[in-house]
Design a protein around this ligand. Structure first.
Ligand SMILES: NC(=O)C1=CN([C@@H]2O[C@H](COP(=O)(O)OP(=O)(O)OC[C@H]3O[C@@H](n4cnc5c(N)ncnc54)[C@H](OP(=O)(O)O)[C@@H]3O)[C@@H](O)[C@H]2O)C=CC1
Ligand SMILES: Nc1nc(=O)c2c([nH]1)NC[C@@H]1CN(c3ccc(C(=O)N[C@@H](CCC(=O)O)C(=O)O)cc3)C=[N+]21
Length: 298
């Protein structure tokens, strides 16, 4: 049976380090500030945003949330971001995705000042990661958190290991692949046009699933002893819990995958909590840079 990687616990360790360093920063007269911007009333997004704001307060941050009406114009959203870009009390800006369809998300993301882009989505930060300047980049929180979990079980140098990342989004799949490459893995990125995905997955010492399809990765896709990172967050009906009830599952069929894997992340309690913890870590690093203080290593 696989070791179950306790993302919740590892996330708590990260948050404890963040909170302790935030306290030290106070001696330099700096309080890390995080601004979270949400447009519209998507209930799932509201849950995530609330937990980000709560965690920021727990870390002793200055935490502000801007909730804009669903009909907000592109120009008004740009104006808010430009104001946050020059606000010295704000070290991190997160614009919750997805944005409503009438807004050009790509253009909005590029409006964020790269030094406050704690999601790591701007061209500057993507470019830093892509050219191997990992230490100066803000790395997107989900892959950064996934990488920390991988390091806990396999160490920092992954030389000689084969990694397969299923999913090629800008938010998860591509930056994940870049991080694994930077750690010396041999990396393959798979997607919806990949031929014989099960066979490809069976080659992986490290298998990352970021697809958005409930329990798609089956037990017999997993190589004996592999490390399996399940990024998927899928809410599915759970009639066994009562009428209209739901439960969260990942992109991996957990029970059967755990029979072959050496280590595996659960959903919930795996990558999700790490994502929020890394958002706090990135915001802290931004504040350290602003204060001229060496940031901790996570
Ligand atoms: N835990 C966390 O903190 C976070 C979790 N998530 C979750 O991770 C999952 C992925 O998110 P995200 O990257 O944003 O999703 P996207 O929808 O942007 O990307 C999904 C990727 O999966 C690929 N894909 C879809 N169907 C298949 C298939 N049948 N076989 C192989 N590949 C397939 C797509 O391929 P193609 O490019 O060819 O279309 C695409 O590259 C979701 O469940 C999301 O909820 C996301 C962010 C944070
Ligand atoms: N600009 C932007 N940055 C993001 O990082 C971003 C985003 N937009 N849009 C949405 C996705 C999704 N995401 C998650 C964060 C935490 C959990 C999380 O904490 N999950 C818990 C369970 C939560 C629950 O019970 O619903 C867990 O897996 O244990 C999940 C998903 C960040 N995202």
């Amino acid at each position: 049976m696989a070791e179950i990687i306790d993302g919740k616990k590892i996330a708590e360790d990260v948050v404890a380090t963040v909170a302790a360093t935030a306290k030290d920063l106070a001696a330099h007269g700096v309080k890390p500030g995080l601004a979270v911007v949400i447009v519209g009333e998507d209930p799932a997004s509201q849950v995530y945003v609330a937990s980000k704001s709560r965690k920021a307060k727990e870390c002793g941050f200055h935490s502000v949330q801007h909730t804009l009406a669903g009909g907000t114009s592109q120009a008004d959203l740009v104006a808010l971001i430009e104001q946050l870009n020059v606000d010295p009390a704000i070290h991190g800006i997160l614009v919750q995705l997805p944005l409503p369809a009438h807004i050009d998300s790509g253009a909005i993301i590029q409006t964020i000042e790269p030094d406050k882009d704690v999601d790591g989505f701007t061209f500057v930060n993507v470019g830093r990661l892509g050219t191997g300047e990992v230490d100066s980049a803000f790395v997107p929180c989900t892959p950064a958190g996934s990488m920390l979990l991988i390091e806990r079980v396999r160490g920092r140098d992954l030389s000689g290991l084969t990694a397969v990342v299923v999913g090629r989004s800008n938010i998860v799949g591509k930056p994940m692949a870049n991080l694994l490459l930077a750690a010396n893995c041999t990396v393959t990125i798979a997607h919806s046009r990949t031929k014989d995905l099960p066979a490809l997955c069976r080659t992986a010492d490290i298998l990352v699933a970021a697809v958005g399809r409930p329990e798609m990765v089956k037990g017999d896709w997993v190589k004996q002893g592999a490390t399996v990172i399940d990024v998927g967050i899928n809410r599915i009906p759970a009639p066994e819990k009562g009428e209209g009830k739901t439960r969260l599952v990942g992109d991996v069929a957990f029970a059967e995958a755990a029979e072959n894997a050496g280590s595996i992340t659960p959903v919930p309690g795996g990558v999700g909590p790490m994502t929020i913890a890394m958002l706090m870590a990135n915001t802290l690093v931004s504040a350290c840079r602003a204060a001229g203080v060496e940031p901790p290593r996570f």
